[in-house]
Design a protein around this ligand. Sequence first.
Ligand code: SAM
Length: 191
Amino acid sequence: MTQVDQDKWNKRYQQNSLEPRAARVLMDNLHLLPRQGSALDLACGLGGNALLLAERGLSVEAWDLSPVAIDKLTHQARDLPIQARTVDINVTSLPVNQFDVIVVSYFLERRLAPAIIDALRPNGLLFYQTFNQNQCGRGPTNPAWRLQDNELLRLFKPLSVRYYREEGMTGDAQAIRDEALLVAQKILSPG
Ligand SMILES: C[S@@+](CC[C@H](N)C(=O)[O-])C[C@H]1O[C@@H](n2cnc3c(N)ncnc32)[C@H](O)[C@@H]1O
């Protein structure tokens, strides 16, 4: 982390107009969630995913670089089972075999993929959604911070795919042109 990154995100989250919003990959697949267990909203921002997971009965950790976002989430969480922490994921290791659910939305740090897989418990679910290379006026302009075609499938190849959506420029304007959405599960092979 550089101080510059933290300052940038703090400034963004100081705007009162921003509201926590859960990612579509989670909202469209709520039926896949376990009824209880532990979850991580990684790079949670204002914690839209964390709030939804906690409302659904999961015990949630929410990690983000921005203390401003974490303070706002802590305030909004009230009595919900959410532990929100200021964490720089570049210097803090993910715990192994810890979470039944991990959600990552609009954050891409490719080298973390093996650690995210290790952090899932057996049968644990990963919900991932972020921008791909089709720039439609949203998200980072640096192409390195956007997924290549089908890249989530490659990054999380050891997991079993439960849901995948990436429509690119195919079809009409209803398509999700600039994002990829993945739900994948950690199935341990017998023996
Ligand atoms: C585009 S926002 C997405 C926030 C949230 N997941 C959402 O969907 O609204 C990216 C988030 O990543 C966080 N972030 C960036 N670098 C980070 C790091 N090294 N460790 C933890 N969080 C980081 C930022 O503070 C920011 O909240």
